[in-house]
Design a protein. Structure first.
Length: 425
């Protein structure tokens, strides 16, 4: 079996990291697999990227050209939005490998226009790392449910007319998707439910397979050693928070986290609390309500991420919408309990008061209570951490997840062959 995974990025961002982990695991299982990406950083010969300077320059400018029509909506909001209209010929890159099966992951930022997706030889697998496949263009619809019927008058575009860019994008997908021989994979039950309730995907096959994590690599370790590596104080508590570009992305809940900390600051300051951030190089916080802050910016190396999780007493995720967050999975694998809002697929990972803490969505006071509930009792944190680790070992280990994907690949290929044989007969 020859499998080609398509991803805009090689390892940058949650979707790309999940795709790359799956690719590596499949390779270790002796599956002939490759990745085709728009932005390649490694020297891995099995990861195919732009060839030559002109191709790399073209890849760098594509996201900006693809987004040009959005400038007609000057009062639009900031969440990510993709049109996927800019022409691109990808068939030669795919044909050079001649895969039996193509697996799409995050393919935005001008990487794959709809016409290129429609031209891909089937069968296809498509992992729904976000909602883009069943909306008119947004990746995170928030409270908007227009995708249940048809998009238009998009609240993220702040559009005044029914026939806006979101309706245009929705119509284009309505024409393209029925032509695809595709099976969708939802990493969380929540994402599967959203996709099945959409007008674009409600008749499509949708499987639920979580993203996986290398539970041998992301594992509990010595806290003192981890703090020494990072230069963090050995005494006192460490609260960890990380997300990509969290100072600019309201969905990541940075303001809500600061509000929650303001409610518990008195008791935690006496315990020598340090707040640690990662994921956003633009974070300039040095303290919050008198609590010292350490920020480590963007991190791509797993080794440093693992040290961060091991150094922490608690990981907090205040996001307002999440699919199956890698950060929570990584923290739990390292034996670090998590407090989060009960959004999206977070509940697939955290069971309230058993292996972590779930607060009502956007309820700052309840999130603060969860932080206090765990930070005040080291024995409770230890028990929660052990159960969190067990959760990952049982249902989210990379080997198990790769085996489930491989089983799906075989079923899809068998079905495709049988269909082809019937057509020939």
């Amino acid at each position: 079996m020859k499998c080609l995974l398509l991803s805009t990025f090689e390892q940058q961002g949650g979707a790309a990291r999940s795709a790359h982990r799956l690719y590596r695991s499949l390779s270790q299982m002796r599956v002939d697999s490759r990745m085709l990406v728009q932005y390649k950083k490694s020297a891995d010969p099995q990861v195919l990227g732009p060839k030559g300077l002109l191709d790399r320059l073209g890849a760098g400018i594509r996201p900006y050209l693809d987004a040009l029509p959005l400038f007609c909506y000057r009062s639009r909001l900031s969440p990510p939005w993709s049109l996927a209209w800019l022409p691109k010929e990808i068939s030669p890159d795919v044909a050079s490998y001649s895969p039996d099966l193509i697996h799409l992951h995050g393919v935005g930022h001008g990487f794959l226009p709809l016409a290129a997706i429609s031209s891909l030889p089937g069968p296809l697998i498509w992992t729904l790392h976000d909602s883009w496949a069943f909306t008119g263009g947004c990746h995170l619809p928030g409270a908007c449910e227009l995708y249940h019927a048809n998009c238009g008058r998009c609240p993220q575009l702040n559009a005044r007319h029914e026939y806006d860019l979101s309706r245009w994008g929705w119509n284009r997908k309505t024409n393209c998707w029925p032509k695809l021989d595709v099976t969708f994979v939802a990493p969380s039950r929540w994402m599967a439910q959203c996709a099945r309730s959409s007008s674009l995907l409600n008749s499509m096959p949708i499987e639920v397979i979580p993203n996986g994590i290398d539970s041998l690599c992301f594992a509990p370790g010595d806290r003192a050693t981890a703090r020494d590596i990072l230069g963090l104080p050995q005494k006192g508590l460490v609260l960890l928070y990380g997300a990509s570009s969290f100072t600019r992305d309201d969905n990541k809940g940075f303001a809500l986290l600061k509000s929650a900390l303001s409610l518990v600051v008195g008791g935690l300051r006496q315990k020598g609390l340090t707040v640690v951030f990662f994921g956003d190089p633009n974070c300039r916080e040095t303290e919050i309500e008198g609590i010292p802050v350490r920020s480590y910016g963007s991190i791509e190396a797993d080794e440093k991420l693992i040290s961060l999780y091991r150094s922490a007493d608690l990981f907090v995720l205040p996001s307002l919408q999440e699919n199956l967050p890698n950060t929570v999975m990584e923290a739990m694998a390292c034996g670090t309990p998590c407090a989060a809002f009960n959004v999206g697929g977070v509940g697939d990972l955290i069971t309230h008061a058993e292996n972590g803490y779930l607060a009502k969505v956007a309820d700052v006071r309840e999130l603060a209570e969860g932080i206090t509930w765990m930070m005040d009792d080291p024995d409770r944190r230890a028990i929660l951490g052990r159960k969190a680790r067990k959760t990952i070992e049982v249902g989210f280990s990379l080997v198990e997840v790769a085996e489930r994907h491989l089983a799906l690949y075989r079923r899809v290929l068998d079905k495709s062959r049988h269909t082809t044989d019937r057509v020939k007969d």
